[in-house]
Design a protein around this ligand. Structure first.
Ligand code: F6P
Length: 323
């Protein structure tokens, strides 16, 4: 009999609950005991673990956020913090941990694995920047939320012959901006992996106005260095020659909120169950991911410090189609 604990860590992502449910029920189906850790790694340090039964994870598959709570926990990055967490797990005879989270969280899992604990990571971050998986839980919903905002802004932009800058989330990675920008037919997409200078954005808007477009949409990832500030300053100086009036909408944490999409529920369900299968097969110290539509595993040591690269062909495609 195994005793497995599950936690959600870092920025919450829609679909985390579906993953918690899948881990719990897949583990119970193997006659294992399951514990839910409250508030991510902080809960391991505080010994805040509760047993989870099948009914405890009922009615959560469609809920956003995480019923377990989440946190960013600096103490866990230190060896002393992890030693405290491991002591709590040992005292409860918990012999395996499933960590549902993004880059920072999986660095924590990699450290635990290096220190000899049995751990499996499940990729969950709206940023979709984790190496070792094509897609992480939450990214699809975040794209859809951003896209809905873009679609709504387009109608008002068009009515007033305005340009809109829409800033979406994505700290070091422009995946959400790129995908939603393409889906929303944006004139310009600015992401950290493919920066666009403010002067070039202004030039493209000017050109769009001269071509007779009734509106223009600029989608910017929050992590894009030349971001919104540079653009607004320059726009103030060149407004008359650009043609469009400009408005800014910052989506912020709205992008992370609300119910998970069908794709995220399915992904989370498959990955959560696969994490348990991986533990049962003795494959641990790995991230369970999805590559080319198939479940795969990648060593946690391999993903640490790396980032999923942006699809530069898509960046170019977006530029060509914006004409
Ligand atoms: O990592 C996911 C993410 O939503 C990023 O896109 C964003 O930059 C960050 O988290 C925000 O962090 P916090 O919720 O701690 O403000």
């Amino acid at each position: 009999m195994k005793r497995v604990a599950v936690l959600t860590s870092g920025g919450d992502a829609p679909g985390m609950n579906a993953a918690i449910r899948a881990v719990t029920r897949a583990a119970l189906a193997k006659d294992w005991e399951v514990f839910g850790v409250r508030n991510g790694y902080a809960g391991l340090l505080a010994d805040a673990l509760d047993p989870l039964a099948a009914r405890d994870v009922g009615g959560i598959i469609q809920r956003g956020g995480t019923v377990l709570g989440s946190a960013r926990c600096r103490e866990f990055a230190e060896p002393a913090g992890r030693a405290k967490a491991l002591a709590h797990l040992a005292a409860r005879n918990v012999d395996a941990l499933v960590v549902i989270g993004g880059n920072g969280s999986q660095s924590g899992s990699a450290s635990l694995a290096r220190e000899g604990f049995t751990v499996v990571g499940v990729p969950s971050t709206i940023d979709n920047d984790l190496y070792g998986t094509d897609v992480s839980i939450g990214a699809d919903t975040a794209i859809n939320v951003t896209l809905e905002a873009i679609d709504r802004l387009r109608t008002t932009a068009s009515s007033h012959h305005r340009a809109f800058v829409v800033e979406t989330m994505g700290r070091n990675c422009g995946y959400i901006a790129l995908m939603a920008g393409i889906g929303g037919g944006a004139e310009v997409i600015a992401i950290p992996e493919s920066e666009v200078e403010a002067s070039e954005v202004a030039e493209r808007l000017r050109a769009a106005y001269r071509r007779g477009k009734t509106h223009a949409l600029v989608v910017v990832a929050e992590g894009a260095k030349h971001g919104v500030h540079d653009l607004l300053t320059l726009y103030g100086e060149q407004r008359a020659s650009i043609g469009f009036d400009l408005r800014l909408t910052r989506l912020g944490h709205v992008v992370r909120g609300g119910v998970p999409s069908a794709a995220d529920r399915l992904l989370a369900t498959r990955l959560g169950a696969a994490a348990v299968d991986s533990l049962a097969a003795g494959r641990h110290g790995v991230l369970v991911g999805m590559q080319r539509g198939e479940i795969n595993v990648t060593s946690l040591s391999e993903i640490t410090g790396r980032m999923r690269p942006a699809d530069t062909a898509l960046v170019e495609l977006a530029r060509v189609l914006a004409k």
